[in-house]
Design a protein around this ligand. Structure first.
Ligand code: ADP
Length: 255
């Protein structure tokens, strides 16, 4: 559902003679970054002149060694950090021009999954997932139905009254994914979602995350695990020292 009137494309960007697109090149883009840099400390850059575009329903890995800028890039897309330079358009909204009320509204359309799950230990599985809807003011009956459907989809319905710490690591991460997906986000951002899991659970969780893109959600997964990237044959954007050094798309162009 589109909740916002998109800005006029001409108002988004200044013209640029360097040959990098200065206006949206795809009508179906979910994420557009133009010449984005991020500097936390004067003189050093976590991201440097990054221009990338991701389509609706596209799946992409962000790869690169620790410190390459993967988390920073995801944080910029989520509005958790602001670019020092450049423009970012997410779901038709220019993030740097959003007022304080508009940022939370945009975030509601984005699901986020972290390596360390970030579940609340005192709440049950069901309550952890429902929290994502409570903050949106979703009516209780509708919220219950959505939570149940999402837990079922992720094979967690029998765990709904359990507390997170009584679950395995793979189950905890599935709860975190359920929480990120329960509001049917248009974008899912996952930062090393399998970093704390063993090899079997890693594949289980990755299969789940990859399948999310098949339902039309744009999915970005940051990982330094190249074996995963090879296994799934998806678009892979490599960052090194804050710069994009490769943008590899699978043969045939499948997202
Ligand atoms: P990755 O996710 O690829 O490991 P990060 O985005 O976490 O990379 O970090 C990129 C660079 O930015 C690193 O040099 C890191 O030390 C620095 N950095 C990240 N967050 C901050 C912060 N909040 N303050 C200062 N420097 C930071």
């Amino acid at each position: 559902m589109k909740r916002f009137r998109p800005l006029s494309p001409r108002s988004w960007f200044r013209s640029d003679s360097a040959g990098v697109p200065t206006a949206p090149t795809r009508a179906d883009a979910a994420i557009q970054m133009y010449h984005c840099s991020k500097s936390y400390l004067a003189g050093s850059f976590a991201l440097r002149d990054v221009s990338l575009e991701f389509g609706r329903g596209e799946f992409a890995f962000l790869t690169g060694p620790s410190g390459a800028g993967k988390t920073t890039l995801l944080e910029l897309l989520f509005g958790a950090e602001h670019p020092s330079e450049g423009q970012i358009v997410v779901l038709g909204r220019n993030i740097s021009r959003l007022g304080t009320a508009a940022v939370p509204r945009l975030r509601r359309r984005i699901g986020v999954v972290f390596q360390d799950f970030k579940l609340l230990p005192r709440l049950t599985v069901e309550e952890n997932v429902a929290l994502a809807l409570d903050v949106l003011g979703t009516p209780r009956r509708e919220a219950r139905a959505k939570v149940f459907a999402t837990l079922k989809q992720l094979g967690l319905q029998h765990r709904r009254y359990h507390h997170p710490l009584s679950l395995s690591g793979g189950e905890q991460q599935r709860v975190a994914i359920a929480r990120a997906l329960v509001n049917e986000p248009e974008i899912l951002l996952a930062d090393e979602p399998t970093g704390n899991l063993d090899a079997d659970l890693t594949l289980e969780i990755m299969d789940l995350v990859v399948s999310t893109a098949l339902r039309g959600t744009t999915v970005l997964v940051a990982t330094h695990a190249l074996s995963l990237v090879d296994r799934y044959a998806k678009r892979a954007v490599r960052l090194e020292a804050g710069r994009v050094t490769e943008d590899h798309r699978p043969v045939g162009g499948a997202a």
